[in-house]
Write a protein that binds this ligand. Structure first.
Ligand code: AMP
Length: 114
């Protein structure tokens, strides 16, 4: 399936939708989830156009992959989640109920998670 740039995270990258921003660099943008599932619920998305984890790791140059995960680590540190812990997850495709078809990871923390 080809990347569809009408998705909400593509609009966020173009500045068409407001976010509560946490971090931005050349490789990634991070912001708070609009419908938090934990006390702290951040999202991190690559600045490039990739549908999901599998597409990203199949198609992105290594420098973009490294840059993206460095940004994820930076966000974890900015949110001070590293010592008490957090959950990092990514829904990929139909069976995982991925809602937004632009690769993203969820960072959940700030409390004891179920
Ligand atoms: P997923 O099911 O992994 O695709 O998750 C998509 C996530 O994006 C959900 O947790 C939504 O709450 C979140 N989301 C959707 N629209 C926005 C938005 N405009 N700003 C922040 N988060 C959003």
């Amino acid at each position: 399936m080809a990347y569809d740039s009408s998705n909400v995270f593509s609009k966020i990258l173009k500045g068409e939708i407001k976010i509560n921003k946490i971090y931005k660099d050349d490789f990634a943008l991070s912001f708070f989830d609009i419908s938090p599932k934990a006390k702290i619920h951040a999202l991190v998305i690559p600045t490039g156009e990739y549908e999901n984890f599998y597409d990203f790791h199949t198609s992105a140059p290594n420098k973009d992959i490294i840059g993206f995960y460095d940004a994820v680590k930076k966000v974890i540190e900015l949110l001070e989640l590293e010592s008490l812990g957090f959950r990092l997850l990514s829904n990929c495709g139909i069976n995982a109920n991925q809602e937004v078809q632009h690769y993203h990871v969820h960072i959940l923390g700030g409390e004891k998670l179920k």
